[in-house]
Design a protein around this ligand. Sequence first.
Ligand SMILES: [Ca+2]
Ligand SMILES: [Ca+2]
Ligand SMILES: [Ca+2]
Ligand SMILES: [Ca+2]
Length: 268
Amino acid sequence: MYQFSVSEGAAVGTPVGRVIATDADMGENTDMSYLIKDEEGGELFKVTTDGDTQEAIITIKKSLDFESKRTHNVVVEAVNKHVDPRFLELGSFRDQTIVRVSVTDADEPPIFLPAEGAIMEVQEDARLGALVGTATAKDPDKENAPVRFSIDRSTDQEQIFHIDPVSGAITLGKILDRETAGWHNITVTAVEADNVSQISHSSVSIRILDVNDNPPELARPYEASICEDAKPGQVRANSKVMHYYHVTNVLQHAYYSLMQGFPNMVLE
Ligand SMILES: [Ca+2]
Ligand SMILES: [Ca+2]
Ligand SMILES: [Ca+2]
Ligand SMILES: [Ca+2]
């Protein structure tokens, strides 16, 4: 059995360790290909063969998480690439080993929920201080360090929104007007209170809901144009109809030009 250790912070593609299958033969008769036999191991890890040494290189295929699983037992199988059919009765020319991968803890920054960013809604006539919504983020580590929130001021220079650093509650700092801006997109920052290097950002999109706060106004009537030769009371032809005739003329013209260029061509 092999034992390796890797940090949960290691990136996808990071090598975890190498495994070698011994083989008494030489040359291409020792050529190996490796595969991961168990389903969970196959999801998290990938195995490739080092062409020079015939070792298996195990790399990370999917991010590991110390908080959800600390040890993975991965079943790796080695198979001879070139098997002489005469010796098949000696065995399968394959062997399995278990590779135990221990995942070590890393201090991770807060995680926002939902991960893809929150969408909130507020009425455009909401009063100053009204609650718009609450940003949620927590430290994924077992210490569960307290998180402090703030708004990235470059995304809200007018200070339309405030956020409570402890609760994440977002409130109104300015009166809204949907007719001026129907959406506000701000960036909320979450930082661990005892370690400011553990920091995350998330977008919050705030949709302003309409309130009937504008009296109606009659739009200016459109001016109907009259052709010079129109009879009294007759309005110029509808522009869609005019457009249709124009397109038809262009197509007909193109068709005849084409036929002149290719007299033997048959159009179907
Ligand atoms: Ca983790
Ligand atoms: Ca961790
Ligand atoms: Ca942390
Ligand atoms: Ca309105």
